[in-house]
Design a protein around this ligand. Structure first.
Ligand SMILES: *Cc1c(COP(=O)(O)O)cnc(C)c1O
Length: 427
């Protein structure tokens, strides 16, 4: 469910007209709904709590929002106020989480290639857990912690070797992916860490992929994680936390319907069979995908003699790369749909690449130059992946709350863009 609805034949976000908003800010622009962000967070939290899953000290499980899905500080703040934590993969993301008021104790540091500087930054800022993905990284974390006179609280990321379906570029849980270690490695590393002066192992973690629309591979992975916790405990090792990652899919209109948060939570409770640990989660997409749209304007309709019709937009693959990178499908809705029979379009951007095609042969209401269209479900992995490719200005972001809206990342000026570069002294 989201808060983008038609009112009198025009698309609104909560109580803001998208037509008026695009006139004020210009297109292309990302627009996020606070109500949708809040709703998705609370629905997930209530489902987890309702299924009897607990976090630290018997409270609700930690929901560490995966900052890489949408790192805008205003979005993070909206979630932080509800109690969300942050799952981060770089010093930059940790800084964003801290800037949004998320305390270190609710920040998790993941990722396969953390540098010594980043680990030191995380430790100095009291990050609650470093999810270690390999043996060399574990040793680096220990060295850095010892040099700071502290211990790094770590969880070992396991690669459960299950196939979660979805696109090859977003599957992370197979043995041939770069993520995490095997179960036997995890046991060996955990025991090592328990005897290492720079480490405090507190748990294990997994994340098997993204846009998962079937609970079966998750249940398979989680059952293996439960087995691991039990084996570690049988060896006399303390396991306090279990981080089950993110990855639950969202409906992208033509895709299989993803399981509800309630079904997901019930599956976990059933799979874990009362295992007594503090649970945490790292959802990204399911919180923010449907909370955002990318608004773009039709520049013109270009009709080829053989009949193919191109709707050329002012947004390109530099603003939304998912269709080019993952063959992703986004529902495209005119903000003010015209009457008439649907017309089949190729919807493309202005970039000098054939890959700058959002969709081919899509039947849409008739479009004309100047019309606004909304790419639905663009709140996750949208603005975060945008660039200035073709020297196009970085796309702005707007946050809506009720009848209010605020520009939370302004469109830079061309002067801003050029000021970031410096000529070499000999030029
Ligand atoms: C990307 C990622 C997530 C979030 O994935 P979603 O599919 O957006 O929920 C969570 N944890 C880790 C370690 C990730 O890399």
């Amino acid at each position: 469910m989201n808060h983008f609805d038609l009112r009198d034949g025009e698309l609104w976000c909560e109580d803001v007209s998208l037509t008026a908003l695009a006139e004020a800010v210009g297109a292309p622009v990302y627009v996020y709904s606070s109500a949708t962000l809040e709703r998705h967070y609370t629905v997930l939290r209530d489902a987890l709590v309702g299924a009897g899953l607990k976090g630290e000290h018997g409270g609700p499980p930690l929901i560490a929002f995966a900052v890489k899905a949408n790192s805008n500080v205003a979005v993070l703040k909206t979630l932080a106020r509800l109690g969300a934590g942050a799952d981060t993969v770089s010093e930059g993301e940790i800084r964003r989480a801290l800037a949004a008021g998320i305390p270190g104790e609710r920040i998790v540091f993941s990722g396969v290639g953390k540098t010594a500087e980043e680990l030191a930054f995380a430790l100095k800022n009291g990050v609650s857990e470093i999810n270690v993905e390999s043996e060399p990284e574990m040793h680096l974390a220990s060295q850095v912690a010892q040099s700071l006179g502290t211990r790094a609280t770590i969880a070992i990321r396991v690669n459960p070797d299950v196939s979660a379906g979805g696109h090859a570029k977003i599957s992370t849980g197979k043995a041939d992916n770069k993520f995490g270690v095997s179960f036997s490695e995890a046991e060996r590393l955990y025991a090592q860490a328990a005897n290492n002066a720079g480490l405090k192992p507190v748990g294990v973690t997994c994340h098997i992929g993204s846009q998962i629309t079937d609970l079966a591979p998750m249940a398979e992975a989680f059952a293996k994680m439960r087995g691991l916790v039990e084996r570690l405990r049988a060896e006399g090792l303390g396991v306090e936390r279990l981080d089950l990652g993110g990855g639950l899919g969202v409906p992208y209109f033509n895709q299989p319907t993803p399981p509800s948060p309630e079904d997901y939570a019930r599956m976990i409770a059933k799979t874990m069979g009362g295992l007594d640990v503090a649970y945490s989660f790292e959802p990204g997409r399911m919180i923010c995908a449907n909370a955002g749209v990318l608004l773009a304007r039709v520049l013109h309709i270009h009709e080829r003699p053989e009949g193919r019709k191109f709707a050329v937009l002012d947004a390109g693959m530099n603003d939304l790369i998912r269709p080019a990178m993952y063959d992703a499908y986004h529902d495209i809705r005119p903000v003010k749909p015209r009457a008439g029979e649907p017309v089949v379009y190729d919807v493309v951007g202005p970039i000098c690449e054939t890959g700058d095609t959002f969709t081919r042969d899509r039947a849409l209401p008739p479009l004309a130059a100047g019309d606004l269209v909304a790419f639905m479900s663009a709140g996750a992995y949208g603005a975060v992946m945008s660039s200035e490719y073709n020297s196009r200005l970085l796309v702005p972001e707007v946050l809506v709350k009720g009848a209010h809206w605020a520009v939370v990342r302004p469109r830079p000026t061309y002067e801003d863009m050029l000021a970031k570069e410096a000529p070499a002294p000999w030029l």
